[in-house]
Design a protein around this ligand. Structure first.
Ligand SMILES: [Zn+2]
Length: 275
């Protein structure tokens, strides 16, 4: 089995004026450009998640110095600032969008923090920059602690909204907070996705399941030297073999906490407490 380590970077917000609520998951514009310059300077090859799927399915060989750049949630500045910078550097990327704010910026069902998110026009613009658009559910709920009917609704609704907007199939999804379980992965496959990203903070490799692709979260405290090490395939574990017992206990804890909070106005603490 080929265990080449493939860094899949996960960004959220790229902004010089993030709210306190998203500060931990934000990188400044300068920092982001430095990271992208490091990718370009190394001569790394970049792929979208759908292109990477062909590597995982062994239909394509693993390119030398492969890296993927991904973004979750759909913050407006990813379209207005990050996408043009990526295009300038010829870096392929994938942006996973939570669709509730795309439909209605004031939608109270969204569990995302208060921030300026992409509207429908911004999503269309983003694709024009050559970015692959994927789904990140409709309301950003933790999919592994809700019932199958709700999981299906979250995954189908976001897929349909993006497909109606862009006029072609949406092939990939990223689970909110990276959380999934066997049921969530099965439903994602059933409703027509071909690949799905989790988090895990580990390198991806051919050991990854297509519906549980490992990514490395870039936070505001992630240093350039850490990013450089990741690009050089050092400094993190290999995905595909997580500690299942610990994951199970954490899920039980989150489910109990989720059931203890009112459903009408979901706590934004959920978003803040983890990616
Ligand atoms: Zn998210």
């Amino acid at each position: 089995m080929n265990t080449t380590r493939i860094p899949i970077l996960l960004y959220h917000s790229v902004s010089d004026s993030p709210s306190n609520e998203i500060a931990r998951w934000n990188v400044s514009k300068r920092t982001f450009l430095d990271h992208m310059d490091a990718i370009a300077d190394r001569g790394c090859m970049t792929l979208t998640v759908s292109q990477y799927l062909k590597v995982l399915e062994l239909k394509e060989p693993i390119p030398d110095k492969l890296v993927l750049v991904t973004f979750d949630d759909g913050f407006a500045e990813v379209a207005s600032f990050a996408a043009p910078a990526l295009m300038e550097r010829n870096i392929s990327s994938t942006v996973f969008i939570t669709t509730s704010p795309v439909v209605d910026a004031r939608d109270e069902t969204s569990r995302l923090p208060k921030a300026t998110m992409m509207d429908a026009a911004a999503v269309v613009d983003l694709e024009d920059f050559g970015v692959e658009i994927g789904s990140h559910s409709h309301t950003h709920v933790q999919l592994d602690i809700i019932g199958a009917r709700l999981v299906r609704d979250e995954l189908v609704r976001s897929k349909m909204i993006l497909e109606d907007l862009l006029g072609h199939p949406i092939r990939s999804v990223a689970y909110p907070h990276g959380y999934s379980n066997a049921n969530v992965r099965r439903i994602a496959k059933e409703v027509g996705y071909e690949a799905a990203c989790g988090v895990r903070n580990a390198f991806s490799s051919l050991l990854d399941d297509e519906f549980s692709i490992s990514r490395l979260t870039v936070e505001n405290t992630t240093s350039q030297s850490t990013v450089n090490a990741w690009l050089d395939q050092r400094g993190a574990a290999l995905g595909g073999a997580r500690n299942r017992y610990r994951t199970h206990l954490w899920r039980l804890y989150r489910r109990a906490r989720f059931n203890a909070i009112p459903r009408v106005r979901p706590s934004r603490m959920q978003w803040r407490s983890s990616t």
